[in-house]
Design a protein. Structure first.
Length: 212
């Protein structure tokens, strides 16, 4: 009987853990604030509280590999489409339990070159109209509020708003398993394209130069 009671308690704890809702909200309006939620508890992730000193850096550093470049707009779009396609195929039910709320974003495009401003606004507008219907099909987004504007008198592009997402632990595990394989394939392809194994331009040899 004791073993059955212990097993029952463990199963109950696992059930409660699986039903626990995890969430994170990022708000940015001049400054950035990130808050995490675990059940009824809330924790500020950023900015961190003052008082903790950063750890001193080690003097002897190992040889670091050359970091990969930032992905291009096309590569980011491909990554998002791969992730959404994988989620829609194998984890649609779990993703519908992901609640994206709030989703409030206003981006005002500015800069010194009107042509660059118009190009950035057009790219962002196309990306928004391409991805937003798929996001609404995949996730539960009750009240989206997205706005893109152009201000040629503004010195730089600025964005403000708040984005939050929450889901249960059991759904998080299902989504992680769904995304693991396609995202790993995308990363390996990106690494082959931009890493040390990428094809490099070959210079003509001395013999070829003499023949020329």
């Amino acid at each position: 009987m004791t073993a059955l009671k212990i097993l029952g308690v463990l199963l109950l704890l696992l059930l409660l853990l699986g039903l626990t809702r995890l969430g994170v909200v990022a708000a940015f309006d001049g400054g950035t604030r990130v808050t995490a939620r675990v059940g009824v508890f809330r924790l500020t992730l950023y900015p961190r509280k003052a008082g903790k000193r950063p750890k001193p850096e080690k003097t002897a550093k190992k040889a670091e590999k050359k970091p990969l470049p930032k992905p291009s707009f096309g590569e980011v779009r491909e990554l998002l489409e791969i992730a959404l396609r994988a989620l829609r195929k194998t984890a649609r039910r779990a993703c519908r339990r992901v609640r994206i709320d709030p989703l409030e974003l206003t981006a005002v495009f500015g800069g010194s070159d009107p042509a660059d401003i118009a190009a950035a606004f057009g790219a962002a507008n196309a990306l928004l109209h391409t991805l937003m219907p798929r996001l609404e099909e995949t996730f539960h987004i009750p009240n989206p509020s997205l706005h893109l504007r152009v201000d040629f008198d503004r010195e730089r592009t600025e964005a403000f708003g708040a984005v939050g997402a929450s889901l249960r632990v059991c759904d998080l595990l299902a989504i992680a398993l769904t995304l693991a394989v396609p995202l790993l394939r995308w990363y390996l392809r990106f690494q082959r394209t931009h890493g040390d194994g990428a094809p490099k331009e070959t210079k003509p040899s001395d013999t070829e130069e003499q023949i020329a």
